[in-house]
Design a binder for this molecule. Structure first.
Ligand SMILES: N[C@@H](CCC(=O)N[C@@H](CS)C(=O)NCC(=O)O)C(=O)O
Length: 204
């Protein structure tokens, strides 16, 4: 299998952490890829993902799986199922919901990043940036208020939270999340003891 990958992508990091934790990392070849709004990569659109986003998992038969959640679900199934995502029942729906929130937090932070990095200054709309940031921040608040999520055995929600915290450090270093969310700070410290988390920290 091949994974379109960038070390700065929090979504690709999620898949990398999951693959390590599931014991599948050696089965995946990482293909360095860049994806940026405004840069049209026709080949990628045609062959891999018309949305031009990474990560994408390209299977040995040439078929492609997109979206970090779907890729992790696929890997989880390959590893026997029910490892990072509960197989069924109420727990499954709660994990999917919580993961979806981490996904939205990352989407919101990424939009803030693109706004600052790509949009010409005269076209920026601070209200919109603040609104996106507020969504991510409320996501952190939600998990700070539900520490049970942080203390159970490793799952995709925890991986999603770690990727969101890591992305906050990487792109919004002054946002002050550690001070605002002490339980998340302790969780982050604990998770950093895992090789999968430690080695995948985005490069400075
Ligand atoms: N829902 C997607 C989001 C992936 C995503 O937004 N990836 C970013 C890189 S971190 C990307 O490819 N951005 C390029 C673009 O939006 O044009 C997933 O979970 O895989």
């Amino acid at each position: 299998m091949k994974l379109t990958f960038s070390p700065s992508s929090p979504f690709a990091r999620k898949v990398r952490i999951a693959a390590i934790e599931l014991g599948l990392i050696d089965k995946i070849e990482f293909v360095p890829t860049t994806a940026t709004p405004g840069t049209y990569n026709e080949d990628y659109s045609q062959k891999i993902n018309p949305l031009r986003k990474l990560p994408a998992l390209i299977l040995d038969d040439g078929s492609t799986i997109v979206d970090s959640y779907v890729i992790v679900e696929y890997l989880d199934e390959l590893a026997g199922g029910g490892k990072l995502i509960p197989a069924s029942g109420a727990k499954k729906w709660q994990v999917k919901t919580d993961h979806c929130i981490t996904q939205g937090m990352l989407d919101a932070m990424l939009l803030c990043r693109y706004e600052k990095m790509l949009r010409p200054e005269q076209f920026r709309w601070q209200t919109w940036i603040d609104d996106q940031w507020d969504r991510a921040w409320h996501g952190f608040q939600r998990f700070e208020a539900h520490p049970d999520v942080l203390t159970r055995p490793l799952d995709i929600v925890q991986i999603g939270i770690i990727c969101a915290l890591g992305y906050a450090d990487f792109r919004f270093a002054d946002c002050g999340w550690r001070k605002a969310f002490p339980k998340l700070a302790a969780f982050n410290e604990k998770m950093m003891q895992r090789d999968s988390v430690k080695i995948s920290v985005p490069p400075i």
